[in-house]
Design a binder for this molecule. Sequence first.
Ligand SMILES: [Mg+2]
Length: 402
Amino acid sequence: MIRSIIHLDLDAFYASVEQHDERQLRGLPVLVGGRSGRGVVCACSYEARRYGIHSAMPMAKALRLCPAAVVRPVRMDRYRDFSRRVFAIFARFTDRIEPLSLDEAFLDVSGCERLFGTPAQIAAQIRTAVRQETGLTISAGVAMNKFLAKLASDHEKPDGLYVVPDPPESFLLPLPLKRLWGVGPVTCLRLEKLGLRTVADLRQLSEVRLEQLFDSAGRQLYRLARGEDSRPVVVGSAAHSIGHEDTFDHDLQDPLELHRSLLDLAERVATRLRSKSLLGSVVQLKVRYEDFSTVTRRRTVEPPLDSALAILQVAEDLLLRTDAGQRPVRLLGISLSQLQEGHEVQGELFWVEQRSRLSALDGAVDQLRLRYGAKGVQRASLMPESRDESTPKTGGDGGDSS
Ligand SMILES: [Mg+2]
């Protein structure tokens, strides 16, 4: 069956609401987030993005890039109110709505032509209604599946409407690979090393070759490079968890390598949590061994977390309850669930300091290992000084599952 999907995404949502409510902020660089030294940018206006500012950046850094920026605190109730009004507009056209966050959703408008016109006309009507009734701009992408629709809404942002042609090649082939769903910095780097930069480049690789390189993710890359995505619009399901996982080029057994991987995962998960203003109270670690057997370990934490350091510490503890290190590991994953809106009090500056200290330590250990061999040097404790003051109090230890 041919489906018609619209992806809708409000432009710089929180910042736009602030500019809507305070007329004098229009046209100015506006940052939404905590002002204190440890605050993080939750959202920024397009005027602020020109200075290289993006969400999840430490506020102090953003203000160094643009000292004239106006900072406003997060007003979640106000944003929720706008979100409700925008989703009510969506619901006039279809009840097949999959919310992704307060400001973003997929709509399945297959079969709505007779009532409301083509998918492109429906998207245009929604954009007009949102502008007239809320004063906000929303970008829309129209396509035959979710993957392409989401790429399309970003294509003409802000205040854009893009309809993916059928067949989609003229749109899809020139896109850089980092735009593909599931292609993070690590995968991107590996693809670049193979000389691949665009979707057109990726198309040159066979499905077998991609599977050799990226396992099951390779199959997905093969399909995405062809614009294929069969996921249906799932009504009313907001994200229940946020996570990342990495399959390694070679199986890991070295504690330092395992630690580095967890560090990287924790940072990516934390960045996504903060960019959505979410905290998670259940941390889950996933470990897949070289024989593909997989275990998960999880823990409930109180208070809930969104900083990389805190997530890393729980993940490290959970890792000790697996055979990682004794058995080679082919995949690690960290996810947070039981999500709620908010920000961790502990700030990112603290984390940035820890991070540079860790990197320095990593460098020193590397030097020693070069001199004495990998087994000769192992860190007694990966984070010797930070444990006591900042380990979150852990509540009921969740059950293990395999
Ligand atoms: Mg948005």
